[in-house]
Write a protein that binds this ligand. Sequence first.
Ligand code: IPE
Ligand code: IPE
Ligand code: MG
Length: 251
Amino acid sequence: MVVQPAVAAAPVPHLDSRPQHVAIIMDGNGRWAEGRGLSRQEGHRAGAENLRVVIERFGQHQVPVLTLFAFSTENWGRPRAEVDGIMRLAGRVIDREMTALHETGVRLCHIGDLEGLPKGLQKRVKAAVERTAGNTGMTVNLAFNYGGRADIVAAVRTLVAAGATAEQITEEAIAAHLTTAGQPDPDLLIRTGGEHRISNFLVWQAAYCEYHFTTTQWPDFGPAEVDAALVEFSRRRRRFGLVPGEPGRGG
Ligand code: IPE
Ligand code: IPE
Ligand code: MG
């Protein structure tokens, strides 16, 4: 007898074009919880439980790179109990989810300042990154203790420390020293939770990406919302500063 899942997964809609890299600002955990009379920590827990289905759905859409903003450099300024709760939760989520992600071929990368994290969490993140390094499926960048400006400053410092001249500080050189080096820039940036801002996420890499804002709080952002964001993206006409249909200068 074949056991059917309780809720059959909706068929994956056809897309004429799909992003090579989707970045998500997973916002709204606190408000999701407060609206239900729960603690903010319950919201973070529900948000963490949502990760697997969303990653799976992007995998079904064959999106090669997914970046998830889970904790910003500014989030350290939150009340101590909330920060401690998020750090503990992050460790538990890695323990709980890594085997399943590894088995589906996900390659986990970390972007941001790993050294600034509690030692135990650093070890877990490093172990998960190493364990999945040889996987050839979707790349999932976990942006944890990430700040876009800090990313740019670190890249420039690395170049300067290596003796780069002023002429050698180029866009290509900076991009090659960001934590996302070697990956395509995001084509689509999704923010849940209703705010229309970037909050120091991939400020360099998002220069030409498309934005999708939804009022849905992160714990409620499911496969249907993933589909809707990708369908909307496939209808966008990207111009990159050019005039469509006209040859460029010299072209
Ligand atoms: C996003 O949800 C998670 C983190 C920033 C760690 P929030 O905690 O920002 O939730 P809201 O925006 O207060 O609802
Ligand atoms: C952005 O959300 C950071 C993450 C989702 C990890 P915030 O809730 O920290 O951003 P602001 O404070 O609304 O700008
Ligand atoms: Mg928020």
